[in-house]
Design a protein around this ligand. Structure first.
Ligand SMILES: C[S@@+](CC[C@H](N)C(=O)[O-])C[C@H]1O[C@@H](n2cnc3c(N)ncnc32)[C@H](O)[C@@H]1O
Length: 326
């Protein structure tokens, strides 16, 4: 399968095709950062395409295919640079008495085998009732606590795993006046605002120091869960559910922390384009591959908006916490 379509400008390059084949056409070391959510099939099947990683028969087969992606990503990434993987623990079933798979742990072990070194894990907090309403996870029903709280489950947070490609990074990612923007839900304290862009001693830069404390935290409980790209239009007739785009706050943070302006940020699993939109908005060059035609088309629309500086397309939906009768 060759690339079926592509949209290439000086700010972004989007490919409709299989990500491994797209990467095979790239020279070694040309990617400065990658960010993505792997399409794990236990949760959602994106298409019937046999190259879709969500179509694997079982967990082991998924990892066999995913290993090609992780290996190829290592080849195209500049030595010493980062890949950021957004994932979560995976329930084995929805019986009400479920056990979980350590998907993040298996992702870490795969990366360690394929030329990456694990650098850390951030949890992205999820509100339990919202998780219950979205997933209909039986062990998250209040009724299961009432009946037998042995089976009371966990509203798993998302996890952001970061890995550094082996080798020495030839180009540091520097912030001479500290961080300039905060992507998140917390109100910044008024007394730090005057330090934005502080050119004096950086030990005095209270604005950037405050942002650093949020970003270095192991628990990201200040992500705006509803701040995502438009995705509903991308649903096609065979879909049972919508794709869930990654929150833009998560991507913005990675882009600012792990890449310089003008560098290339890649996603092998582009969906509706979130991991390309954010870097383009932040002055990087975005690049992505997507297998499914309807998502690719939506990504082209979304990323074109980023190139035009059109932040107004971002959604900012509030969580629906209406209680349901169980
Ligand atoms: C979890 S979704 C990504 C959503 C994305 N983070 C966003 O914000 O829109 C995973 C995506 O990977 C795509 N995909 C699955 N296998 C693929 C492959 N071999 N090459 C390229 N894309 C693939 C699916 O169609 C799906 O859109």
């Amino acid at each position: 399968m060759a690339v079926l379509d592509q949209t290439v400008t000086d700010k972004f390059a989007l490919f409709h095709g299989d990500c491994v084949e797209v990467m095979q056409a790239l020279p070694p070391g040309c990617v400065h950062l990658s960010i993505y959510s792997p399409p794990f099939g236990g949760l959602y099947h994106y298409s019937s395409n046999e190259r879709d990683l969500s179509n694997c028969d079982d967990y082991d087969e998924f990892f066999e295919h995913y290993a090609f992606v992780v290996r190829e990503l290592a080849r195209v990434t500049m030595p010493g640079r980062i890949t950021a993987v957004h994932c979560m623990d995976i329930p084995r079933s929805n019986s009400g008495t479920d056990t979980m798979r350590d998907f993040p742990g298996d992702i870490i072990r795969l990366h360690e085998r394929e030329g990456w070194r694990f650098t850390g894990r951030r949890m992205i907090w999820k509100e339990p009732l919202a998780v219950r309403l979205r997933t209909m996870q039986k062990n998250l029903a209040h009724a299961s606590l009432v009946a037998d709280s042995i089976d009371c489950g966990v509203a798993s947070g998302d996890q952001l795993l970061t890995f550094r490609r082996v080798g020495t990074n030839p180009v540091p990612v520097q912030h001479p006046v500290g961080m300039l923007d905060y992507a998140g839900d917390r109100a910044m304290p008024g007394d730090v605002l005057a330090y934005r862009g502080w050119t004096g001693k950086q030990t005095e830069n209270r604005f950037s120091h405050w942002i650093w404390r949020q970003y270095a935290d192991c628990m990201w409980d200040d992500i705006r869960i509803g701040r995502v790209l438009p995705y509903r239009e991308a649903r096609d007739s065979e879909d049972e559910k919508h794709v869930h785009p990654l929150q833009l706050d998560v991507i913005d943070r990675c882009v600012e922390l792990f890449s310089n302006k003008g560098e290339t940020v890649f996603t092998p699993f582009m969906g509706v384009g979130s991991e390309v939109y954010s870097p383009v908005m932040l002055g990087r060059r975005g690049m992505g591959a997507e297998l499914k035609a309807s998502y690719y088309r939506q990504a082209v629309k979304n990323v074109a908006m980023a190139a035009a500086g059109r932040k107004d397309i971002e959604e900012n939906s509030e969580l629906d916490l209406a209680l349901v009768e169980e």
